[in-house]
Design a protein around this ligand. Structure first.
Ligand SMILES: Cc1cc2nc3c(=O)[nH]c(=O)nc-3n(C[C@H](O)[C@H](O)[C@H](O)COP(=O)(O)O)c2cc1C
Length: 187
C-alpha cells in the first residue's frame, strides 16, 4: 500500500523467556476506549507462524514500541530472520527496559511503548490478526507538550511506504467540515 503506515516494533518472549523483537506495519488503532491496537502478522512462506505470532499466542502478552527516526536502523535489523533462540535486542544493539504489567521488555530507547495483553486473535487469510489491549503506556516527556499530548514533530516516528520509509516531520492541516465545538477531529 503506497501510503505511510506506522510501525509496531513488537517485543515478545517465548515460553522459556527468550526475547524477540520484530517490526510490523500492518498496524493501527482498533479501539480508543479501552485502548486497543491491531497487528496483522503473516505466516512464513512455509506456512509456519512467525516467532512474534507464536509467542503472543502462547503467552498472551506483547509490547509495541514506536520507532523514531533515530531507531530506524536498529528496527530494520530486527526484521531479519534469526533463530528463535537469538536475543534480538542484542542483535539490534538496543537496551531492554522492564515492562510494568507484562513479561516482555520494552525498548528503552523508544519514545513511546505500549504494554499489551492479547484481547483476541483471528486467523485470517495468510495471517493472524492480533488485537491487543494496552494496559500501560510509557511516553518520554521530551515528545509531549505541556498538556501531556504527544507532539508528532517531537516524536518523529518512522512510517513505512511501498517498502521504503518516510519521516513524519512535514504535516499540514485541511479546513475540515468535521470540527466540533471542541475543535477539529484529531484522529
Ligand atoms: C518496516 C517493516 C514492516 C513489516 N511489517 C510486517 C507486517 O505488518 N506483517 C508481517 O507479517 N511482517 C512484517 N514485516 C516482516 C517481519 O518483520 C519479519 O518477517 C520478521 O522476521 C518477523 O520476525 P519474527 O519471526 O521474530 O516474528 C515487516 C518488516 C519491516 C522491515
Amino acid at each position: 500500500m503506497s501510503c505511510p503506515r506506522p510501525i509496531a516494533w513488537t517485543s515478545t518472549v517465548d515460553p522459556e523467556g527468550v526475547p524477540n523483537l520484530a517490526p510490523f506495519s500492518y498496524f493501527t488503532v482498533a479501539s480508543t476506549d479501552p485502548p486497543m491496537l491491531s497487528l496483522t502478522i503473516e505466516k512464513r512462506d512455509d506456512g509456519a507462524p512467525k516467532d512474534t505470532a507464536a509467542n503472543i499466542a502462547r503467552t498472551g502478552e506483547f509490547v509495541v514500541d514506536i520507532v523514531s527516526e533515530a531507531l530506524g536502523e536498529a528496527m530494520a535489523a530486527t526484521s531479519a530472520r534469526l533463530p528463535a533462540e537469538d536475543d534480538e535486542f542484542a542483535a539490534a544493539k538496543t537496551s531492554a527496559a522492564p515492562a510494568r504489567h507484562v513479561v516482555p521488555a520494552r525498548v528503552a530507547e523508544s519514545p513511546v511503548s505500549m504494554e499489551c495483553v492479547l484481547e483476541r486473535s483471528l486467523p485470517i487469510g495468510n495471517a493472524l490478526l492480533v488485537i491487543g489491549r494496552a494496559v500501560c503506556f510509557h511516553v518520554c516527556p521530551d515528545v509531549m507538550d505541556e498538556h501531556g499530548r504527544i507532539r508528532h514533530d517531537r516524536l518523529r516516528a518512522l512510517g513505512r511506504i511501498g517498502g521504503r520509509y518516510l519521516g513524519t516531520a512535514d504535516t499540514f492541516s485541511l479546513s475540515s467540515g468535521r470540527a466540533g465545538p471542541d475543535g477539529a477531529d484529531t484522529r
